[in-house]
Design a protein around this ligand. Structure first.
Ligand SMILES: [Zn+2]
Length: 477
């Protein structure tokens, strides 16, 4: 809890992309800082309650760790996530929140403000540092010697993901202010456009960063986004076990300023591509550093989405005011929103399809759920390795008035913290918009998930390796 004493919250949102250093100075609002520190004091008073809750969550978590875990088949491959890559390569010491770069101006200002021996602080609130709105274009280039021929295709696939789903466009250029993709041991980016004068700003994409999800994550920082677990409202959703985080790493859990406009009306989402994995920065990696609060415990294993979620996409579209590209309106079902790239159509939440989001994805298999427990083996055969997911959808349907109760029993074989290479995504809420729960770790007993309606969608996905899982399910009242 000690690190929270240093928590620093500054100023209100910045009006426009002007001189960075000047902006940052104007952005310091001491009155607000005092207010925030007072609120923090009050929170610390309550920390005994949080500690007690964490003890309970710790005990519950330890029960889910399987004694002799085994994947369903094949050899075991563990992929690393962004924070692991940066930590392994010793990159994280110069980074804020694990993979965020700060400018010298930001660091200098932060250090002056706080006179603490810890140098990484939340000084940059939202980006007024924008790449423009409505039709934002992000110019980029590769640094000399960057292995563009091998890594370029994955990078452009990530760019295409954002171009397909938002109004952001990327343009490869050779001069002018631009994002420069650089070789680095780790993966990191600045937040927003940090300068509009001249030169370049780094987007570090080392060898370990070559997945669409990871690059989309770094590009979100470039757009102007911080991490979900830095939102000022995160303590309503998760408990951070600071006793399981090294002192030098505690700054990674500092909070953003309490300015609701920064949330862009996007709810807290555990499965966001911008959320940390629950063991990132854990001192003892056998247990989490981030616990979902009891009301959300079903999300414990599902933090850190493999790719940007529907809400991640909506956040970017709001950030850049992409909706202004559409003059007409369209009505969409199941929480869909107008597609800013094709205004007569809808952009659908995961698990829905069609121009109006009123259909399930093509090939969805329906399974009747009865009161009797059934077991289903799901198998995705090995296919061509790709940056695009092969997804099989299973729609579990209980009789009207009943609910579906499902437990992923066995999972295999390749996995990562973000369940990037393969796994299951389970959609169980009535509201179709929030991401589902991702599961892929065969070393822990996965949670039993109960649907809010009589339907549950289970999606099995893989980037080309074979994937198998076993689920049990039944109908309940
Ligand atoms: Zn990040």
């Amino acid at each position: 809890m000690f690190s929270l004493l240093f928590l620093a919250l500054v100023g209100s949102a910045i009006a426009g992309p002007v001189d960075f250093e000047e902006d940052l100075k104007h952005n310091v609002d001491l009155e607000r800082l005092q207010k925030d520190l007072k609120a923090l004091d009050e929170r610390l008073q309550n920390s005994a309650d949080v500690d007690a809750e964490i003890e309970l969550l710790k005990a519950a978590y330890s029960k889910t760790v399987l004694e002799s875990p085994a994947p369903l088949n094949g050899s075991i491959i563990k992929d690393e996530d962004i924070n692991e890559i940066n930590e392994k390569d010793g990159e994280e010491k110069d980074l804020f929140e694990g993979d965020v770069l700060l400018t010298n101006e930001q660091l200098a200002l932060i250090e002056t403000l706080h006179k603490s021996n810890r140098s990484r602080r939340q000084a940059l609130k939202d980006a007024g540092y924008s790449w423009g709105t409505v039709k934002p274009v992000i110019p980029y280039s590769y640094s000399a010697g960057y292995p563009k021929s091998t890594r370029g295709p994955t990078i452009t696939d990530a760019m295409k993901f954002w171009e397909k789903n938002t109004c952001v466009r990327f343009k490869e250029v050779t001069s002018g202010y631009r994002v420069e993709v650089r070789e680095s041991a780790g993966c990191s980016s600045y937040v927003g456009k940090i300068n509009d004068r001249k030169g370049t700003q780094a987007l570090n994409l080392g060898e370990g960063c070559m997945s669409v999800g990871t690059i989309c994550h770094e590009l979100s920082h470039t757009f102007g986004f911080f991490h979900v677990q830095s939102r000022f409202d995160r303590d309503s959703y998760v408990d951070i076990d600071f006793n399981n985080i090294l002192t030098d790493d505690k700054h990674n859990f500092d909070l953003e300023g309490e300015d609701k406009t920064l949330l862009r009306d996007i709810p807290y989402e555990f499965g966001s591509n911008m959320h940390y994995y629950h063991k990132d920065f854990a001192k003892d990696e056998s247990r989490p550093a981030i616990y979902a609060k009891p009301a959300y415990k079903v999300y414990q294993e599902g933090m850190m989405g493999r790719v940007p979620t529907f809400y991640d996409i909506l956040g970017v579209n709001k950030h850049f005011n992409c909706a202004a590209n559409c003059k007409s309106s369209v009505s969409c079902s199941n929480g869909g929103v107008q597609d800013v790239n094709n205004c007569s159509k809808c952009l659908c939440p995961f698990g829905w399809a069609g121009d109006k989001c009123d259909q399930r994805p093509a090939g969805t298999k329906k399974m009747l759920v009865t009161l009797e427990t059934q077991t289903k083996r799901i198998h995705l055969p090995a296919g061509t390795k790709s940056t695009q997911y092969k997804i099989d959808y299973y729609l579990l349907q209980a009789p009207p008035g009943k609910k579906v109760q499902m437990t992923p029993e066995v999972l295999g074989t390749r996995w990562s913290n973000s369940c990037d290479p393969m796994g299951l995504e389970v959609k169980f809420l009535k509201d179709a918009r929030p991401s589902g729960i991702q599961v892929c770790d065969w070393r822990v007993q996965q949670p039993t998930i109960t649907s809010e309606t009589n339907e549950m969608l289970v999606a099995a996905y893989s980037l080309g390796d074979q994937f198998a899982a076993e689920i049990t399910f039944k109908a309940v009242n």
